[in-house]
Design a protein around this ligand. Structure first.
Ligand SMILES: NC(=O)c1ccc[n+]([C@@H]2O[C@H](COP(=O)([O-])OP(=O)(O)OC[C@H]3O[C@@H](n4cnc5c(N)ncnc54)[C@H](OP(=O)(O)O)[C@@H]3O)[C@@H](O)[C@H]2O)c1
Length: 320
């Protein structure tokens, strides 16, 4: 590897969000990127190897979040770490402690411990709005900001294991930072959509794809808080590069009713069999990204994001 710039590590480099972050870091020119993947030879990670700058500045290393020594050797020598990897299940898990909560929480602890040992300057942890809004005590109608935390007991009662995993992992991250002085910043994206880089369809993209398949004539007209994956990558880099960044940041750009989103899609791509009927829903929760915007973050118009999303699904042969 050529000796240029800062070395940074991205965990779970082949995933939906991490792939865009790796691309952004390589585009910047000044970063050497070490991406952790569980299987460096797998075809699902091949898209990373052909990125511009990858030959000179991207190294893919094998690491499992639950294997501390693999995590520690991936992070050793890095000045910055983006901890993106975490299980994002599509359906109900039969063994949530082992499949979802364990890797998220122990994985985060392992990453942070390795960062502390390696004297990493800053760790940016990808949390989620799942760690923000699932709280029955939050006043109805009040905009969600960074002060709101999901309630673990409530999430457990509802068997929202992913929510439990993200809430505990983020809490653990800040507890570790308080104990050791490690500089930890978290980003909490809402539903992430946008063009795919990886050949497999990740869980949040599956939610969007369902609107195109024609198998659901009737859907709930919920207010979706959404953010383009490329804007999430920008937020992660901003949180790393801005010295004044601290604490957690909600990262959400559009609050849009499903029916309104379908109307935009119909205008852009009229021929797909979109849902026809909408059942009204009174949960109109909105998340504020004001803190992130004050740090300098901006986002794409939703029309552009939806168009690029559909074009990418077409390019991958997922849609006609
Ligand atoms: N997409 C969203 O709407 C959304 C919203 C808010 C927050 N987030 C957060 O964003 C992050 C990335 O999510 P994504 O949407 O990009 O999902 P994704 O494409 O499924 O990526 C998840 C990544 O985590 C890795 N991973 C899971 N368990 C692991 C383990 N035990 N050891 C090592 N790596 C492991 C996966 O690696 P393999 O490829 O080896 O399985 C994969 O690369 C997650 O922390 C998620 O909670 C996502």
């Amino acid at each position: 590897m050529e000796a240029v710039g800062k070395s940074v590590c991205v965990t779970g480099a082949g995933g939906f969000i991490a792939s865009w972050l790796v691309k952004l870091l390589l585009c910047r020119g000044q970063y050497k990127v070490r991406g952790t993947v569980r299987d460096p030879g797998a075809s699902k990670n091949a898209h990373l190897k052909v990125l511009e700058g990858a030959g000179e500045r991207l190294q893919l290393v094998k690491a499992d979040l639950l294997d501390y020594s693999s995590v520690a050797s991936a992070i050793a020598g890095c000045e910055g770490v983006f901890h993106v990897a975490s299980p994002v299940p599509s359906g109900r898990s039969s063994n949530p402690e082992v499949e979802v909560i364990g890797p998220a929480v122990t994985g985060t602890t392992n990453v942070l411990k390795a960062c502390y040992e390696a004297k990493v300057g800053r760790v940016v942890v990808v949390s989620s709005c799942a760690a923000v809004y699932a709280n029955p005590n939050y006043p109805k109608g009040k905009v969600f900001d960074e002060d709101c935390w999901s309630d673990e007991a409530y999430c457990r009662k509802n068997e929202d294991w992913y929510f439990v995993s993200k809430t505990l992992a983020e809490r653990e991250a800040f507890a570790y930072a308080a104990k050791t002085g490690l500089d930890v910043v978290t980003i909490c994206p809402s539903l992430v959509f946008g063009p795919l880089m990886q050949p497999t369809v990740n869980s949040s993209s599956k939610i969007i794809l369902k609107y195109f398949t024609g198998d659901r004539e009737t859907v709930e007209n919920i207010l979706r808080n959404m953010v383009d994956v490329r804007d999430v990558a920008d937020a992660l880099l901003l949180a790393y590069e801005k010295p004044e960044a601290s604490g957690r940041y909600i990262c959400s750009s559009h609050a849009i009713k499903v029916a309104d989103m379908i109307n935009i899609l119909k205008t852009l791509y009229p021929s797909y069999p979109y849902p026809k009927n909408f059942v009204e829903d009174d949960d109109n929760s909105v998340y504020s990204s004001e803190k992130l915007q004050k740090l300098g973050w901006s986002f794409k118009p939703i029309e552009e994001s939806l168009r690029d999303t559909v074009e990418s699904y077409k390019a991958f042969g997922i849609l006609n």
